[in-house]
Structure formats: C-alpha cells, structure tokens
Design a binder for this molecule. Sequence first.
Ligand SMILES: [Zn+2]
Ligand SMILES: [Zn+2]
Length: 383
Amino acid sequence: MKALVYEGARKVSVQDVPDARIERPTDVLVRITATNICGSDLHMYEGRTDFETGRVFGHENLGEVVEVGDGVDKVQVGERVVLPFNISCGFCKNCERGLTNYCLTTQPEPQMAGAAYGFAYMGPWQGGQAEMLRVPYGDHNCLRLGEDAAEKENDYVMLADIFPTGYHATEMAGVVPGDSVVVYGGGPVGLMAALSATIKGAAKVMVVDRHPDRLRLAEEIGAIAIDDSKTDPVQFVLDQTMGLGADRGCECVGFQAHDPQGTEHPEMTLNNLVKSVRFTGGIGSVGVYVPQDPGGPDEMAQQGAVAFDYGLHWFKGQTMGSGQCPVKKYNRRLRDLVAAGKATPSWIVSHELPLAQAPEAYEHFDNRDDGWTKVVLKPAMAG
Ligand SMILES: [Zn+2]
Ligand SMILES: [Zn+2]
C-alpha cells in the first residue's frame, strides 16, 4: 500500500510499504478515506522529536471498515468509522477511569502511558496517512458514523483529534455559560477551542494569533481576533474584561511558542495566560510540551524545563489542567452535534488533497503559508 513515510527533518515521501493487516482477533482494518495533517505532526516533521525514519505519520483518521478480526463483535465491514488518535484498550487502570489518553496496555514502555497512531513517544503504531490502517481493540476504538458519513466527512474527521482536543481545553479551563475566554493559538486546535467555548455559551471568546487567515476564521464564528504582532495580547484581554482578566484561558500553541520575530520562548503563552486570566480563573493547556527537546533554544528547554511564572499563578489561585485529550470522553457527543447540524468544524479546512500531494502540503502547512489552515488528505482521491 501507499503511505507517507518520514525520512528525516522536513523530508517525507509517498512510498510503497507493507500492507496494514489484521494481526490480532480484536483488530479492525480500515481503508482510509480522510486523514488530516496536524500541527503536532509538524514537531516531528521538523525533526524536533525522536520519531524514527521509515515510520508513517497520521493520527487523525477516518475510513471504511474492510475487515474485522474474529474477536470483534460490534463493528462491521462496510461501516464508516472515525478513530480517536489515542489508541487504548478499555480495560487498564487508566482506561477504566475514562483516561484513555494514558492507556497502560497500548504503550509498551513501562515508565510511560498513552499511545497514538504515527506519533513520537506514543508506542510503535503506524500512522494513517496511508491507504489502510490497522486499528487495535477495534470495538473500543472505532466510533461508528451514520448515513451522512460521506457527506460530512470533513466535519467527522475532526473528531479524531482537534475538535475533542479543543473541547478538552475548555473543559479543563472550566468554561460555563457567560464566561469570557481567551484562547492562545489560532491554529486548528485553538479554533476548535474557540468553537467549543461558543457551543458552551461563553459570552466573549478571544483568539490570539498573528496569521491573518487564522484570525479571519476566528472572526467567522464570532470570536474577537487579537493580532499579537500588532498589539500586546495581555493588555488587550485586560481591556476587554474591565481590567480583571478573562474567566478562562486555553493554551493551544505548545513548546515551540515563538515571538512574532520567530525566536522561540517555550514559556511565552503559558505566562501570558497567567497574566491574562483572572484571580481564581481556570487554564486548560493542550498545546504539546515534551520531556526533552534536544533542538530547543537553550539548555533549560532542551531538558524539557519551562520558565513558568508559578509565583503569579499561585498568587492568583488559578487552576490548570494539562495533557493530551481523552478523545473517547467527548467524541460521541461531538459527533451528535455535527449530525444535528449544530457544529461544523470543517469550516477551517482549506485543502483536500490526494496522498501524492502530501509532501508539498507538509511544506506549505509547516511554513504557515497564508491560506493553508487545515489539510485533509484523501488517499482514495486520484493523484
Ligand atoms: Zn492531531
Ligand atoms: Zn488502557
């Protein structure tokens, strides 16, 4: 089968690789019809992780079931399914508590927890930027879609990661109706956090970024766009909230946070959140941070340490939740919002491309080229 293979920093190519296949009775085999390029793929693409050359990217996957193992009871051949990026078992200590983001079964490293398709530090699993994908524990990991699966494919594929992840940021921040919310980062996840805050009835949603295409998308759903290359975002938020700060904040940037001139400051958005969220407010941090960053800007960053302004955070009595999203906690409910026409996360999609064009798509998305806000790869589309 064809798949997008990582060959080293900023080098990917479409190659023939061994076919994905059923390896255990609980596996499901999916023919991928939509698979997104994610901002978190870019950390790996840029060579900033230990992602092995020869492996396949792709953790935001949707497709049609073409084969099921003998031990699969629910999922049937022919069904359209969307797969959480987390690969989980459903029966370990963490999965039992709903924390499928920290599954202990699918992550082979004893000191680690959590697994994903085609992701650094997240187990050996191949990614779905390919024609076929093996889904372990298929009954547990497949979310089945209805008759509108093909028609709303670009909406449903967002359930694999970014829509639940944005929603999770607002959950950890504690967003309730009437809140003011500031989202740092207007990439796909930040835009989904803004959409989620809007769905939850936030009174005011503000999105901080500096790319005009992203800021326009934020405005399309009624958020206030803040261009941090032109204005101090902290002061802007304080001015919008009678000097008190926003009730809730979301971190949707991650460890490669950088100033408008391009210099990286891993602590920048976290500290801006501490300053722009009110006393006793909540922060949800879903941007990716890593335990080691060998390519980081200084020795501290290389060790995964961040100069977080804990003093002010403590003094203000803020709470903060962190980490990857347990997609299964939300994907069914968010699917039903899409089915009912109450959420249209595909509004951020700028490109639908065949797998053959994935290498150039990575280049454009990585450059943050204007108009490349979200790419959906369609492996069945003629290249
Ligand atoms: Zn993703
Ligand atoms: Zn588990």
